[in-house]
Design a protein around this ligand. Structure first.
Ligand code: DC
Length: 229
């Protein structure tokens, strides 16, 4: 099995790059942030303070989290039988996800689910600790980043397109807060693995970022894109 680890801060373009590369190489795209978001949503819906570790941990046995794929290969998050894939995308739930992800017991609870995906399929997995903790032996490790302004501008565009009412400054400050929290936490903080290739996409177009990651995959795994086989 081939595994590609794609880590980096929010808004660096990880999910869009990962989706395109998954398509090109016939890999399964695993969005691990969506799993933390699902736990954040479950806590939020129960009125649980997502910074209260004991309360979040005591909720975990009540959760049945399933990661499924629809006919177009898109990952869907199923929480206790309901598809919550859209609900988990709000800025409010982003912060809840960041809060619950700082709890070591939550991370432990999700480790096997993520590793099992990489045992069964060729994967491109994006997150914060994939190259450092979840898949330390990944064939390719990329740390994708961009300036805070470039990342916030992309996220802002995405949210406006979805019809959300939010200002650029709100997006920028939420993002900085979340990145700082994800980087400074004790449990599996956001950081590049020592053997990761660092890619700054601030001045790159979307296609250029995809091409750069695809080139690394070809060089390091010998895989050729599906359409060229
Ligand atoms: O990738 P994302 O923005 O959807 O992730 C939401 C939050 O989940 C993020 O702020 C930090 C956390 N996360 C994590 O701690 N580890 C991962 N592998 C993926 C996400």
């Amino acid at each position: 099995m081939i595994s590609i680890a794609l880590d980096g801060p929010s808004g660096a373009g990880k999910s869009t790059v990962a989706k395109k590369c998954a398509e090109r190489f016939g890999f399964r795209y695993v969005d691990t942030g969506a799993i933390y978001r699902t736990i954040g949503l479950a806590a939020f819906n129960r009125g649980i303070d997502t910074k209260n570790s004991a309360a979040v941990v005591s909720m975990l046995p009540e959760l049945d989290i399933d990661l499924s794929y629809n006919e177009s290969g898109e990952q869907r998050m199923i929480l206790n039988g309901s598809d919550v894939s859209e609900e988990i995308r709000s800025p409010e739930i982003s912060m809840c996800a960041s809060n619950v992800s700082a709890i070591a017991a939550v991370r432990d609870y999700l480790t096997d689910m993520q590793r099992n995906m990489a045992k069964k399929y060729d994967v491109i997995m994006d997150g914060r600790d994939i190259g450092t903790v979840i898949l330390p032996n990944a064939d390719v490790k990329v740390f994708l980043t961009a300036s805070a302004d470039a990342r916030a501008a992309r996220r802002y565009k995405e949210l406006i397109k979805k019809g959300r009412e939010i200002s650029f400054n709100e997006v920028l400050s939420d993002m900085k807060l979340r990145d700082e929290q994800d980087t400074k936490r004790a449990a599996a903080p956001l950081k590049a693995a020592e053997d990761a290739v660092y890619l700054d996409t601030s001045d790159m177009s979307f296609d250029e970022s995809v091409d750069a990651v695809a080139k690394l995959i070809i060089e390091k795994t010998g895989r050729v894109p599906v359409m060229e086989r």
